[in-house]
Design a protein around this ligand. Structure first.
Ligand code: C2O
Length: 494
């Protein structure tokens, strides 16, 4: 797909979004009739190798790969389905142009788009496997017993197993690699009340790290959905979205934001029919899409509001640049520590004292223009203000989140740059590369308490990839990460 088509498609999509927002919900066709079942998406770790959930999945993947060769423009083909998420191949037919490279990352549609994608994918697997009761399982890596790749995906580790993919980082295909606690912790996203902050933390701090750790096809958004484990990873992310809502206390989806609820997204159903679906139609997984997750509490029922309400948004007020010029996290497995100039910070904090921060406001560390030439295949835990000599622990108040490259910022594929171009909002500063925002109010408070003042402050990037046989896998990252700019500022819900 050339740049023109991309831009044009993006424009068309934006236009249709605006149009439907203008006319309210009435322009949308009545919901397609489909038989709702109550499908249970099961925890893959509890399934035996002979469970039909796994055998039917494998059979469907094999059948879909057949279509790749016998009928390459068939939307039920494996590569075709993966291309809806992302692909390096040029899209040729009108259908391909309308549906490929559509994954939503760094946007408020991250959760809703992937829910839609999984929903149609699940229906397709049901059809292609001939297993009418099939439901997509989830990779429950929140459980400490499920930190390795589910065994059906590497047993046997050869081409006779449709769920096996050669192209994964070392250790995943023999059961020796596992995920660190910090890669899968939900403490930060679940602590967030605001949807924007929640999806952001879930995407950046947890979802991206799993992609990075497993690596190979999973390490790039343009290839990730070619690995059958992708769908179990996202099934779990989708489950966590439900779980977050059940924590209540003001947690809710943006169901009063017409730009979120009415934006149409295009997929194919199991009959190869092109379909569009909106945020309003996927709010209640059980009622609207017919599935629940094994072991989940009763789903929260939300309904779209058919009127416009002002939706709060995050305003970011930059305070100062933390260190001059770009820094690099070189391709060696080492902690990188950088000293923060705290003088301007102390001056700002006299006006906005930490103790009087309002809910929804936080001092933030913003790393921008982040990029690497390749997928580094590791991620970093980011800390602020660890007292000298203390070992970094992600449960400590000094931990502010992770740095993992997945949906963008990786330069080694031309097409990747194009979709990068298309996906990343251009800021006033023309900043089109990846940026990461870490809330640091808690870390600053802890650092002040530990040291008695805020004079010396370090940011530490601690490398993490996977564990190999329970010990840190200290292989060097496969790329240097460049961080163009680091600022401290204030983030405020307005
Ligand atoms: Cu759109 Cu986990 O990827």
């Amino acid at each position: 797909m050339n740049q023109n088509t991309l831009t044009r498609r993006y424009f068309l999509q934006k236009t249709s979004m605006a149009t439907s927002a203008l006319f309210g919900l009435s322009v949308l066709q009545p919901r397609r009739a489909h038989a709702l079942g109550s499908f249970v998406r099961k925890d893959v770790g509890k399934l035996s190798a002979s469970d039909t959930t796994l055998t039917s999945y494998a059979a469907a993947v094999a059948a879909m790969r057949q279509l790749d060769t016998t009928d390459p423009t068939n939307p039920l083909g494996w590569q075709y389905q993966a291309a809806i998420h992302g692909t390096k191949s040029p899209s040729i037919t009108a259908e391909e142009q309308a549906t490929w490279n559509a994954c939503e990352h760094y946007t408020v549609f991250f959760l809703s788009w992937h829910r839609m994608y999984l929903y149609y994918f699940e229906r397709i697997i049901r059809k292609m496997s001939g297993d009418a009761n099939w439901a997509l399982p989830f990779w429950n890596y929140q459980s400490t017993s499920e930190r390795t790749l589910p065994s059906a995906f590497w047993t046997p580790a050869d081409a006779s197993n449709p769920l096996y993919i050669f192209d994964r980082n070392p250790g995943w295909n023999d059961g020796s690699a596992s995920l660190w606690d910090s890669a899968v912790s939900t403490a930060m996203p679940f602590g967030d009340i605001d949807f924007g902050s929640f999806y952001y933390q879930l995407e950046y701090n947890m979802h991206d790290t799993v992609h990075t750790a497993v690596g190979g096809l999973m390490g790039y958004h343009l290839t990730a959905a070619q690995d059958p484990i992708f769908f179990l990873h996202h099934s779990n992310v989708d489950r966590l979205w439900n779980s977050w809502l059940t924590l209540k206390n003001g947690r809710q989806d943006p169901f009063s934001d017409a730009s979120w609820t009415t934006a149409p997204f295009t997929f194919f159903d199991e009959n190869k029919k092109q379909v569009t679906i909106t945020g309003c139609e996927i709010l209640r997984a059980q009622d609207q899409l017919g599935y629940v997750y094994e072991g989940e509490p009763a789903q929260v029922k939300e309904y779209c509001l058919n009127r416009r309400i002002r939706v709060p948004y995050y305003a970011y007020i930059p305070w100062y640049e933390v260190w001059p010029g770009p820094i690099e996290l070189p391709a060696v497995f080492e902690t990188k520590t950088i000293e923060v100039n705290t003088q301007p910070l102390r001056a700002h904090l006299r006006n906005s004292p930490l103790a009087r921060m309002k809910a929804g406001s936080s001092v933030v560390l913003k790393l921008s223009q982040v990029e690497a030439d390749h997928q580094p295949n590791i991620y970093y835990e980011v800390y602020l203000g660890i007292p000298k000599g203390e070992t970094p622990k992600f449960e400590s108040p000094f931990y502010v989140g992770n740095l993992a490259l997945f949906g963008g910022g990786i330069r080694d594929i031309d097409e990747q740059m194009k979709s990068h171009e298309r996906r990343l909002p251009k800021t006033a500063q023309g900043d089109r590369l990846l940026s990461f925002t870490y809330k640091i109010t808690g870390a600053l408070q802890a650092a002040t308490k530990a040291a008695g003042s805020l004079k010396d402050l370090d940011v530490a990037f601690v490398p993490r990839g996977a564990l190999l046989k329970g010990r840190p896998d200290e292989r060097h990252p496969t790329a240097t990460i460049k961080i163009g700019r680091a600022e401290i500022g204030l983030q405020r819900l307005e």
